[in-house]
Write a protein that binds this ligand. Structure first.
Ligand SMILES: Cc1cc2nc3c(=O)[nH]c(=O)nc-3n(C[C@H](O)[C@H](O)[C@H](O)COP(=O)(O)OP(=O)(O)OC[C@H]3O[C@@H](n4cnc5c(N)ncnc54)[C@H](O)[C@@H]3O)c2cc1C
Length: 280
C-alpha cells in the first residue's frame, strides 16, 4: 500500500523539533530510522498529518564518555553502536545484544532512540536499558528531564514519555567490574524474541552479586526479574522463581506454560553466560 498523505518537516535543532511537536500534538509523528514507522504508515495502521524527521539534527547522534556515564544520542544508529569501541568497553551488553536486533539492513537505519521510544515488549534494547540501569532524557519546549528506565516502561508500547516530548539521549552509568550475559529464544536469528534475558552483575569468588536480569518477550513490557535474580545470587540459576516476576499469557507464540519455560531457558542461559564470560 502507499503512504497516506502527510506534511513533511525536517527540523535542524531539537528546539525546532520540540516546537513543531508542541504545535501539531497528536497529529504529528517523529521519524527516526523509520524501520517501524514506515511499514506502519504503508499499512495505514497510523495516518499522522505531519511527519517530523529527526534525521538532520546532528547533536542527536553520537556516543560520548562522560564523567560517570556513557551517553548515547537518540539518533545513533544500531550499526554505529555495534561498531563502537566505547560501547564495547563501557556497555558490552549492548554490543552483545545488537546482533540479535533484526537484520543488518534494519540495523543500518534503526536507532536506539526509536527502539526505546517504541518500547516493543520483545525488543532487545529496551531490556538492555533496564538491566543497565540507564536513564532516558526527554525534551520538550518546557525543557528536559531524565527518567530512570525502571520508571519509563509502563506497559504495552506505553512509556512515561508525553506526546510533546522527544527522546533525546540515554545515559548508561559506568560500572567497570560489571559482567554481562545475554540470551534469547527466537524462531530464527533476527526475529523478535519469543523470550529473552539481558543480565548484568558482579562476580566475586564465583558468586554473583548485584544481579539485574531484564526479561523481554515475556510480558507487556520489559521486566526486571528481581525474585529470580535474588535466587540466582544464592546459586539457584535455573529461573525457578521466575513466575514471581513475569506472567506470560497464552498467545500466538504458544501456551502460557511453554512461554514460561522459554523464559526460564533465557534466564538461565543469560546468567550462565554472565558467569562464564568476563567483560570487566
Ligand atoms: C523485519 C523487521 C524485523 C525487526 N526485528 C526487530 C528485532 O528483532 N528486535 C528489535 O528490537 N526491533 C526489531 N525491528 C524494529 C527495529 O528495531 C526498529 O528500527 C525500531 O524498533 C525503531 O527504531 P527506528 O529508529 O527505526 O524508529 P522509527 O520507526 O522511525 O520510529 C518508531 C516509533 O518511535 C517514535 N520515535 C522514534 N524516535 C523517537 C524519538 N527520538 N523520540 C520520541 N519518539 C520517537 C516514532 O514516532 C515511532 O512511533 C524490526 C523491524 C523490521 C522491519
Amino acid at each position: 500500500m502507499k503512504f497516506p498523505a502527510f506534511k513533511y518537516l525536517r527540523p535542524s535543532s531539537v528546539a525546532e523539533a520540540a516546537a513543531q511537536l508542541a504545535e501539531h500534538g497528536d497529529d504529528a509523528r517523529l521519524l527516526a530510522g523509520g524501520q517501524t514507522l514506515m511499514p506502519v504508515l504503508a499499512m495505514r495502521l497510523a495516518e499522522p498529518e505531519v511527519l517530523i524527521d529527526l534525521g538532520r539534527i546532528e547533536n542527536l547522534r553520537g556516543i560520548a564518555l562522560e564523567d560517570d556515564a556513557l551517553r548515547l544520542g537518540a539518533m545513533t544508529r544500531y550499526v554505529d553502536l555495534e561498531r563502537s569501541a566505547l560501547v564495547a568497553e563501557h556497555a558490552p551488553l549492548i554490543t552483545r545484544a545488537l546482533p540479535y536486533v533484526a537484520h543488518v539492513a534494519i540495523r543500518n537505519r534503526g536507532t536506539i532512540g526509536g527502539s526505546v521510544a517504541l518500547a516493543d515488549p520483545a525488543a532487545e534494547m529496551p531490556a538492555c536499558m533496564l538491566a543497565l540501569g540507564a536513564e532516558i532524557e526527554l525534551t520538550s519546549t518546557e525543557g528536559n528531564r531524565w527518567i530512570a528506565a525502571e520508571d519509563y516502561f509502563l506497559g504495552l508500547y506505553e512509556t512515561a514519555r508525553e506526546d510533546t516530548e522527544i527522546l533525546t539521549a540515554i545515559r548508561i552509568p559506568l560500572a567497570p567490574e560489571r559482567r554481562v550475559g545475554f540470551y534469547e529464544v527466537a524462531r530464527r536469528h533476527g526475529d523478535y524474541a519469543l523470550a529473552g534475558a539481558a543480565a548484568v552483575g558482579d562476580v566475586e569468588d564465583g558468586r554473583i552479586q548485584g544481579l539485574r536480569v531484564a526479561m523481554f518477550g515475556c510480558d507487556d513490557l520489559p521486566v526486571l526479574a528481581k525474585t529470580a535474580a535474588k535466587a540466582a545470587e544464592t546459586g539457584v540459576l535455573d529461573g525457578a522463581w521466575l513466575e514471581a516476576d513475569v506472567s506470560p499469557t497464552s498467545n500466538i507464540n504458544g501456551e502460557a506454560h511453554i512461554r514460561l519455560a522459554q523464559a526460564r531457558v533465557a534466564f538461565r542461559r543469560a546468567v550462565t553466560d554472565l558467569l562464564g564470560v568476563s567483560n570487566g
